[in-house]
Design a protein around this ligand. Structure first.
Ligand code: DGL
Length: 269
């Protein structure tokens, strides 16, 4: 298959990575996309690094077997804990979400950058290391926010309960003087209305979706297809299609998915 016809593969532990797919689709209207959400094994964020690596390698191997031309690891936990392993095992280029998010945060000019993510993402220190490498002058503090993923999945992105939990998680970062906050989890952009209320108007909220799109188009322009002027097709595969996931999927995409399939990826890698 020529690069023009091959899809871009994107995976996440669940449906949160659809926030990245949405931006990629807007920026790359000529592309075909194959999205894999490992909903049967969600959450990755509270699992050990060893398990996240195994799951991420399964997901990547599944997409590679489906002949994708590029892999986007649209899950912060998998990007933080398994990007090296996935890249080493992949015959096609791999783009993670951590470095694009860090570059976007540095571009804001903030000198004190807070990072929020799952327990796995924070424990891995992937954001802290990337910031230390790319902007050693910047101060970093990271906090895990484990209740944010279920709140996003509940559709409570603009809700008093989310405001209260966000005050609890973000209070220490605000007291510390964070000027920018990296939303280090693909679910968190869904909570922006509550997060904005809690952090106030001055703290910049950095979501990596647009910077991932820039990394894909900028670093891999030779693989991109010319726009055909239509809506390049999107195939969505889930490892579990419960009513709950389908409801969230529709809420994020704003419509029913055109092509949806349930797949079993365990033991693929
Ligand atoms: N999508 C995951 C991430 O970006 C969060 C959900 C999970 O814990 O699996 O880290």
């Amino acid at each position: 298959m020529s690069a023009d016809i091959k899809p871009i593969g994107i995976f996440d532990s669940g449906v949160g990575g659809l926030t990245v797919l949405k931006v990629l689709r807007e920026r790359l209207p000529g592309e075909r996309f194959l999205y894999l959400g490992d909903t049967a094994r969600l959450p990755y964020g509270s699992k050990s690094a060893t398990t996240v690596r195994r799951y991420a390698l399964n997901a990547a191997a599944h997409l590679v077997a489906r002949d994708v031309k590029l892999l986007v690891v649209a899950c912060n936990t998998a990007s933080s804990e398994a990007l090296g392993e996935v890249t080493a095992a992949s015959p096609v280029p791999v783009v993670g979400v951590v470095e694009p998010g860090v570059r976007a945060a540095i571009a804001t000019g903030a000198r004190r950058i807070g990072v929020i993510g799952t327990e796995g993402t924070v424990r891995s220190e992937a954001y802290q290391r990337a910031l230390a490498r790319l902007a050693p002058e910047v101060h970093v503090r990271a906090e895990p926010c484990p209740l944010f993923v279920p709140l996003a999945e509940e559709g409570w992105g603009d809700h008093p309960v989310t405001d209260e939990i966000a005050c609890h998680y973000l209070g220490p970062l605000l007291d510390w003087g964070a000027e920018a906050l990296i939303l280090g989890c693909t679910h968190y952009p869904l909570l922006k209305p509550s997060l904005r209320r809690v952090v106030g108007p001055k703290v910049m909220l950095v979501d990596s979706a647009s910077s991932v799109a820039e990394a894909v188009t900028g670093d891999h322009s030779e693989l991109m297809s010319p726009s055909r002027g239509d809506d390049g097709d999107v195939h969505i595969e889930l490892t579990d299609a419960s009513d709950r996931f389908l409801r969230i999927l529709r809420a994020i995409l704003g419509r029913d998915p055109e092509h949806l399939e349930v797949v079993d990826i365990a033991g693929v890698a």
